[in-house]
Ligand binder design. Sequence first.
Ligand SMILES: C[S@@+](CC[C@H](N)C(=O)[O-])C[C@H]1O[C@@H](n2cnc3c(N)ncnc32)[C@H](O)[C@@H]1O
Length: 318
Amino acid sequence: MPKEAIPRLDNDNIRKKILPFCRLKPGEIWNDPEEKHKIGVLDAVSKSDCQLIANGDYVDLFIQDPPYNISVGNKNTDQLSRIEIDKYITFSRAWVNNSITMMNSNSNFYVWLGADQKRGFQPLPEFMLFMREFDNLKSRSFISLRNQRGYGTQKNWMAVRQELLYYTKGDPYFKVAYTDIPKVLKGYYKTINGKRTDNMERGKSDTIRPGNIWLDIQQVFYRMEENIPGAYAQKPLKSIERIIKTSSKPGDVVGDFFSHSGTTLIAAERLGRKCITFDKDPVFAELSIRRLERYRKTGKTGWQWENPFPEINPLANL
Ligand SMILES: C[S@@+](CC[C@H](N)C(=O)[O-])C[C@H]1O[C@@H](n2cnc3c(N)ncnc32)[C@H](O)[C@@H]1O
């Protein structure tokens, strides 16, 4: 038995089978019947698509997870690789501009990115530099999420990191988060009202803060309930929930232009925020809507290893 009931959803054969079952076509938006969220099949670089889904709503917190494993030519064609990264930055400039027009005057902006260690670590450094163009976005933190499993060779360090950049516009909400990791070390002595105290006595929590290196979040794999077979770029729910709890209040609007498996949507639903999200691909918009419906019906956050598209036989004629 395969570990997951469906292969990667960027497989053309699978997509052809699923497309007839997608309720949204490009340019369309699903308005949640419970009147909370909006989910679309839209393009992040299109100004009119973004205006269509915003429809007067402003976003308090963006959690953006654009594609970043783009092909950059091959090692013999430096020029091609330069053109490709230029294109990537042009793409990024368009969707970041569209995000800014939807942001409240005091709002938070997070973006997940990658650094290709075989190709000069692109696009992370180029992205960080180009973000300086936006005077109204202030750089705040560079977070690394540590994966438990990684890829690597005997001749290099194992790659276990995912990068998350944090920016703010104006002076938005931020509430310190804590992990589930107990504080075990006493220290940081300070005298308060004549009494010598340690960090345990003074602390607001008996667990530690995550800081900007997140070590305590399990990456998604097929044994976890939240796993979505076929979704090849799913972020752990716990990481998105940490961002939402820290950087928004109940009732706030959370935006995500790259929905994929709908992790931001599910996290927003669980935490009482309203989500405005879309994906360019109808298959992923459909998957996101189904994930929300399933969560409301069963309380389950994913399909684990089951097929989210039971109408099709994914393994036939592959
Ligand atoms: C890295 S994944 C996002 C993963 C997501 N955070 C999750 O946890 O499931 C990127 C997604 O962006 C979508 N995408 C790519 N280009 C896009 C565009 N121009 N506009 C909107 N979505 C796009 C892809 O179809 C893909 O599903």
